[in-house]
Design a protein. Structure first.
Length: 694
């Protein structure tokens, strides 16, 4: 459709943070923002990458006359929270489908989720562990029962049948009491019963067991009670030991088969493909869903970056290599983060110019992507055969022929999302290959490179789309922990007109400078939190130091989540899913209200005018700082420009000298003026430096 027929809405950019199931916060946010803005540049990591691709697809559909994409996005939280017919749990839960050898491990993981605290998580996992590995529990139970029978008969003459009956009944009562008093409440509330309650229950059980043995015996209880009491005490010890032994055996088997299964499934419980579940698997569903949002038949070839850049659908025959469309000429620009962990580096996709060539094994990728994606990848890769090094085929170490990853414009957006979404252990890593040129002789056999979750490097890539002097706002969405003491989330339905501590957007330049953090545990159990905090710091430090910066904090809306919401809570019920969806809608309302020029009136008001003022003051202060730098007055730089070895021709030398002279003159004027803009720069003040392009 001709762009002139589109609604006159201003542009905005959007960056969204990752968080696995936290992504349910984005659909209504995107739908609400789409009523006031057109999305120009959209980016994210992990679950944020899913939302970014969904937004890009819906924007593509809108620009081509399919105006219901964002309306479909708005209904997604309800669809994900709905129960699946004939199966337990929501649709969100069933999008994550483990491979068959890892199904029991996945069930144990699910049992640990949506719990009040670590104690509840452990209890949930242990109970499911015993159930899923009942084949190991059964022989332990039989041996334990045999010992209990022997203890019953050790108190005196007693028929085997009577001893067996007492052992069965007593053991069942002991285990039932342990389930009711210890396991069930701690699993539900995360609080273990007090030692006094546990001790009283244990003493009651011992006395009851001794009484049962005394009644069943043939001798007078006055003579047998010491033996009965000792046997009952031993009984309790044997039962507890049997439970611990069963847990140890199950845990050993769990760990052994987990490592083997993960190795065979590219280091993830779920590949993303469908596994005969009640609904499609995550990657299969996303492939069709993105097409549907774009107004394309779900089973047609997948939506690609080239489609987004050009704002039009291309023929399936249009697969010839083309250069990247310049950033400013792209109708819709989608970028995501991924981590090439084998090379200890991160990438933004689309890959930057000069990025290493990557290859894929079609058999391996067929286990990760559906057939319609694989058909397109093979087709577009075939068109690039001549682009391989020296025109030769690239092979693995064992001689298997590889396909080159297609040109950026031919990449399906679901491939970008899946490479950004490979959450370690939960979702399989994506295997690719590259040639190692670091040696003296380049190897023709490619080496494997594992690509995992983009959040490993940057969970909220705020550096995407950032400019010194922006022409339109770049919004960002940060997901954070609830502050349960000072800013507890108000219960009940979210009311966006009041402060419920769910959504926060600074409305003053003096706000948003501080970030909440959880108090570390002052106990031996705190070692887990300590180690996890180290990982989280390595992952998030870059994002965190940008949050309070001027020109950032005023456009980053923050959404608080409770402990049982988002993250790895794969089995979230409809209630929390709906609450997060409503929070996203509220976050968009706050952004629209703060940046009040949504109608494109050309009048700078409120948030957008303030934002530009903050960026301008920062920019001018940085330029003044650069002009004042002593290097600007160093004549050695001018001499270097004139040096033939620098490689500039006459016109280039003239331009270089013009730039240097202008900066030199600017520095002299700044010094002579006696004025400074540095003191007017908003705090904290950033630094201007050269950084690599990701």
């Amino acid at each position: 459709m001709d762009e002139r027929k589109e609604p006159e809405l201003p542009y905005c950019d959007l960056v969204m943070k990752g968080g696995i199931t936290s992504g349910v916060v984005y659909p209504r946010l995107l739908a609400r923002l789409s009523a006031s803005y057109r999305f120009k540049n959209i980016g994210g990591t992990s679950a944020g990458a899913i939302a970014a691709a969904g937004s890009a697809a819906a924007e593509f559909g809108r620009s081509n006359g399919h105006r219901d994409g964002f309306a479909k996005l708005a209904t997604l939280p309800d669809a994900l929270g709905a129960d699946v017919e004939g199966a337990r749990g929501s649709r969100l839960r069933h999008l994550f489908q483990p491979s068959r050898p890892l199904s029991r491990h996945f069930d144990v993981l699910l049992a640990a989720l949506n719990r009040a605290n670590k104690t509840a998580m452990v209890m949930g996992a242990l109970g499911t562990l015993l159930l899923r590995y009942w084949g190991l529990v059964l022989p332990v139970a039989l041996v334990t029962l045999a010992i209990v029978v022997a203890l019953a008969r050790s108190t005196g003459a007693m028929p085997w049948s009577t001893a067996l009956l007492i052992a069965l009944a007593g053991s069942a009562l002991w285990l039932t009491a342990g389930w009711l008093v210890l396991w069930r409440p701690s699993r539900a509330t995360g609080r273990l019963p007090s030692p006094t309650i546990i001790g009283l229950c244990w003493l009651t059980g011992v006395l009851a067991g001794a009484g049962a043995l005394a009644l069943a015996g043939t001798d007078a209880w006055e003579r047998t009670w010491p033996a009965d009491l000792l046997a009952a005490f031993g009984w309790s010890i044997v039962l507890a030991g049997g439970v611990l032994l069963a847990l140890a055996l199950c845990a050993w088997r769990f760990g052994l088969t987990l490592v083997k299964g993960l190795c065979a499934n590219f280091w993830g419980l779920c590949s993303g493909r469908s596994q005969d579940g009640p609904v499609e698997g995550l990657t299969d569903w996303l492939t069709g869903y993105f097409n549907d949002l774009a107004g394309i038949e779900a089973t047609a070839r997948p939506l690609t970056l080239g489609d987004l850049w050009d704002g039009a659908r291309h023929s399936d025959q249009d697969v010839e290599p083309k250069s990247d469309t310049p950033l400013r000429e792209r109708r819709i620009n989608l970028e995501v983060m991924t981590s090439a962990i084998s090379r200890r580096m991160c990438h933004a996709i689309p890959f930057k110019p000069g990025a290493p060539a990557y290859y894929f094994d079609k058999d391996e990728w067929s286990r990760i992507f559906p057939q319609q994606v694989m058909s397109w990848l093979e087709k577009t890769s075939d068109a690039l055969q001549s682009a391989r090094p020296d025109g030769e085929q690239v092979r693995t170490q064992d001689g298997k022929t590889l396909f080159r990853l297609p040109h950026n414009r031919h990449l399906p957006i679901v491939v970008l999302v899946r490479m950004s979404l490979s959450f370690p252990v939960l979702l399989s890593a994506v295997p690719m290959y590259a040639i190692d040129y670091s040696g003296k002789t380049a190897m023709r056999q490619a080496k494997r490179v594992w690509f995992s979750d983009g959040g490993i490097a940057s969970n909220m890539p705020l550096h995407f789309f950032d400019e010194l002097l922006p022409q339109h706002p770049t919004f960002a969405v940060n997901l954070k922990d609830e502050d349960p003491v000072d800013h507890a989330i108000a219960p009940g339905k979210l009311d966006c007109t009041t402060d419920t501590n769910r959504v926060y957007l600074p409305n003053d330049n003096r706000k948003g400078l501080q970030q909440f953090w959880l108090e570390p545990e002052a106990s031996p159990a705190g070692i887990t939190q300590f180690l996890w905090s180290i990982v989280a710091t390595m992952q998030n430090w870059r994002d965190e130091i940008q949050l309070p910066m001027p020109g950032y904090r005023d456009r980053i809306v923050q959404i608080a989540q409770k402990a049982d919401e988002g993250g790895l809570n794969l089995d979230m019920p409809a209630g929390p899913i709906g609450a997060l969806g409503d929070a996203g809608d509220c976050a968009a309302q706050r952004l629209v209200a703060r940046f009040a020029t949504a109608a494109g009136s050309g009048i700078d008001e409120d948030g957008w005018k303030n934002h530009k003022a903050q960026r301008l003051r920062t920019f001018l202060a940085l330029m003044e700082d650069l002009a004042r730098h002593p290097a600007m007055q160093d004549p050695g730089w001018d001499q270097l420009i004139a040096d033939p070895e620098l490689g500039y021709n006459a016109n280039e030398k003239a331009l270089a000298q013009e730039i240097r002279g202008a900066l030199n003159a600017l520095g002299l004027k700044v010094e002579a003026s006696g004025a400074t803009l540095l003191d007017k720069a908003p705090r904290p003040r950033p630094s201007l430096r050269v950084v690599p392009r990701i």
